[in-house]
Every structure is written in C-alpha cells, then in structure tokens.
Design a protein around this ligand. Sequence first.
Ligand code: ZN
Ligand code: ZN
Length: 333
Amino acid sequence: MRAVVCVPGGTELTELPDPEPAPDGVVVSVDACGLCGSDVHMVEHGRAVPGHVLGHEFAGRIAAVGRNAGRWRIGAPVAVNPLGGCGTCQPCRRQLPFRCAAVPNLGLTAPGAYAEFVAVPQAQLVPLPAEVPPEIGAHAEPLAVALRAVRLGRPEPAEPALVYGVGTIGLNVIMALRQAGAGTIVAVGRSAGRRAAAGAVGADVVLDSRVTDLASYAAEAGLAFGSGYECSASVGALAETVAVLAPGGVAVQVALNSAPETLDARGLVGRGLTVVGSCAFDAEDYRQAVAHLLAGRVAGADLISERVSLEQVPETLVRLRRPGDLVRVLVRP
Ligand SMILES: [Zn+2]
Ligand SMILES: [Zn+2]
C-alpha cells in the first residue's frame, strides 16, 4: 500500500506491506483523515520516529476482518477511535486512555492513517450508517477533544464562555459549547479566515487578539466568563483567560504550549478558580462526538478548507506550520 512515513526532517510517500488484521481486529481502508496540528509539530520538531505512519483523525470502510471479529462486514463504513486503553490501569480508570501503556494509540504509537490501510482493534470501531459519507467520521476525533474540554469546563446554561484560539480545536469547542447550551460565546483569534469560521460555527463575538485587549473588552461589555478554553498555545493566553473568569470559574488549557506559562496563584485562591488541563478524550467522548455528527447537531464538514491526496501530505504538513486561514485539511487516500 501507499503510505506517508516520517523521515529525518519531514515525511515522504512510500510503499509499505498491506497490514493484516489481528485476530481481534480489522483492517480499515482509509476514506478520510484530518491533518492534525499535533502531527505538524511532531514532524517540525523532529519528534516523530523515522518510518512511523502518523494520522489519527480518520474514518473509512472495513477491508479485512480478523478471525474473532466476524460481526464486522467488509465494506461497512466506520469511524475509528485512535485511542485504545486497557480499561483497568490507573490512567484508564481516570478516563485517560491516551496515557495507557498497554494498548497502542493509532497514529501515535501504532501505524496511523496517512496511508491506504490501517489495522484497527475492533473495540475502537464505531459503525456509521451506510448512507453517511465516511468522511463525516473523520471529524469525530477533534470534536471528541472539544467535548471533553467542555465537560471539564462545566459551563452553566446561558453563562458566557470564552474560547481563546480558533484553530480546529477552538472551532470544535465553540460547537461543543453551543451544544451544551452556553450563553454568549466570545472567541479570540488572529487569522481573518479562522475568525470568520468562528462566527459561522456559533461564536457571538469574535475578537482580533492583535487589535482588542480581552480584559478591557470584557470589562466594558460587563462579561464575566464561567468557563474559558485556551486553544491557542500563545504565551500569556492562559493568564489572560484566567483574568476574565467569574468567581468560581474554570479555565481549561487545551492547547499544547511549547513554553512555560506563568500564573498568579493568589487570584486562583481568592476567586475560587479552577485551572485544568484537557488532553484527548475517552471512548464515551468519542461515541458522543459520532452521535452529534450523525444527528447533524454539529456540522464538522463545514470546517473543511481543502482535501489533498496522499502524495500531497508531505508538502501540506509543511504548509500547515503557517496555517494562516486554513482551518481543516483532509487527506483522501
Ligand atoms: Zn489530532
Ligand atoms: Zn490502560
């Protein structure tokens, strides 16, 4: 099969043997896979293992079935939860399957979906109805990340919420907040294209972080946020988010910062604030994400900026280091 593998300094298209299904698994023919910012960073900073196949936001059709996975039919469309988890270790019991050492994570510690085929344990499959384009399933992964973040933020109905950063995750957080019944949603971003997308997916107010000071805006508008979601990875963004929370508010750090962040702990105690990190999702978040997409409650497809071929993945991963107005790019192997 054709696959994009990591090489020193980047990625390249190559030929690999077709994967075989494990006894308790299937092989999925990849229909669509999102090009994720975390893959872009891993490649850019040389943290990807040479020969590894990245890609963890995917859906497709069953192409081969293992001997103990007979309930799955060849050709059936499926969304794939890339995170396994044994269900019994301490990280799994704390709903952190991505920290489970017992089960590999597809596209992270096991071969992923920048390829024609991927071997998948059957426990990680979520069936899609035959009439739904499998591409829809590729949005479940970033939406699941957002659902978990919003769950940790505990937004009250009709309460104002802040989303700092409007890349793929920030936009999904806006959609998840709308689903959760949040009140006024204020988003903060830089790129004009992504700010327009934030308005389109449900933000009531979208600020340009280079023009408007968040704290002054919140004071003038009389807004105190019950929850704030830091999705930008900009230095200082978490402190800005914490500063505009209402007493008892929750700041959720979703973006992976590359530099240390400083917070004044005095405000946390005096105002009774919570700061929590949110990474990935568990199996229930993923199933809920698929259900939202299938019911049309969340329009993941609206975020697609571009579809590329496997041949174009290496140059697209480089292009996404400076995404500009690009929101979501899918590879269609
Ligand atoms: Zn991702
Ligand atoms: Zn585990």
